[in-house]
Design a protein around this ligand. Sequence first.
Ligand code: EPU
Length: 428
Amino acid sequence: MEKFIIQGGNRLEGSVRISGAKNSVVAILPAVLLSDGVCRIENVPNISDVSVTLKILYELGAKVRMINQSTFEIDPTGINSYIISKEMSSRMRASSYFIGAMLGRFRKARVAPPGGCDFGVRPIDQHIKGFQALGARVIIDNGMVDARALKLVGSPIYLDMASVGATINIMLAAAKAEGLTVIENAAKEPHIVDLANFLNSMGADIMGAGTDIIKIRGVSKLCGVNYSIIPDQIEAGTYMAAVCATGGNVLIDNVIPKHLESITAKLVQIGAEIEEYDESLRIIMNTNPKACNVKTMYHPGFPTDMQPQITALLSLGEGTSIVTESVWANRFKYTDQLTFMGADISVEGRTAVVKGVQKLVGAPVAATDLRAGAALIIAGLAAEGTTEIENIEYIDRGYEDVVEKITALGGNIKRVNIPEPSMFKEAL
Ligand code: EPU
């Protein structure tokens, strides 16, 4: 079993280069399936969600070639299967994107329900509603989502909530449908725009991505392209929150500052100085963090995927902060772990009351999901003493080279391999 061991107390200084966005790449890799040629994807982060997605593409029959650490060439022309087993699908949420992509390519898809982080119920009813509006019959058969259509025909689709996953899946299925699809109340996150840019570079006709209304005029053919994934807004925000918790002065390189506006605004309120440049920003924190209220919202609001990290930071804030989660029903499970480190957080439904404490103290804790893991790293870096974090496979799903990047900034974090109890037995 692997763990992170962190000795807290060091200020973070230097520069960190942000990797490609997880939530873009996990949509763009399945989208390659729609292409009639080879796609070269650059700025691909080395995270386990990418390994799983590439493995799925390979198992479906794609040729996957690694050009360098962050560039992959994928030839989807040999793909002949439209089935993804439970074993693969349950490893990540974004496996559901293969339903839209395979429907678009084969007019059929059979995919076990997706896994991913557990924030309570994670339905896909809006995805299914979209596929049905395009003319697919969707049933749950033997534990698999089975979607089939003789043909897909564009249609207006109103989403009950601005779901990222449903917007992406409908774009994938509609890109090669006949006629016009209009998604109303579409998600507006940067990864939606990135996927639309990718599909358009392949020859799709998609307008309005980044607004509430996306119009997709189906085309008959999409071709292979070279494309570079946008930088990861949440990875950048995580390092920014870490600097605020430890104090320091760090250049966050390879970012799109516009994507970070809601995060930057909150961190400035908490006490950070932030200078923005074209593709980087500098964050300086020389004071104790101040309390502030945060409410997560769909983009361009404060992202839910930064909620645990900012809560960890606010646990050290001067005063009381109210953090309200409006996207997920149950995304505060991790706060128990922060209280083991001395945080004073009480949760009532979708609201956490965070009373700032003067210090956190290192403790053994466990990540309950990906961003919860990031929050524990931030807490550990700011705490007095040693923090041991278990369940770090969650963190590996979304953060490339986290140990190397933090170490380069002067943080003290190590990945250690602790043998399982049964392995001790064998050694005796
Ligand atoms: N929802 C439904 N029905 C649906 C789809 C969503 O009720 O058919 C509800 C969900 O239960 C949730 C809300 O709508 O309450 C938003 O869900 P959304 O579909 O937007 O989320 P998602 O596509 O499953 C993506 C990210 C998450 C991120 C959310 C919100 C990926 C692979 N995942 O999930 O990222 O929290 O959007 O921005 O893009 C993460 O990176 O840590 C992560 C969890």
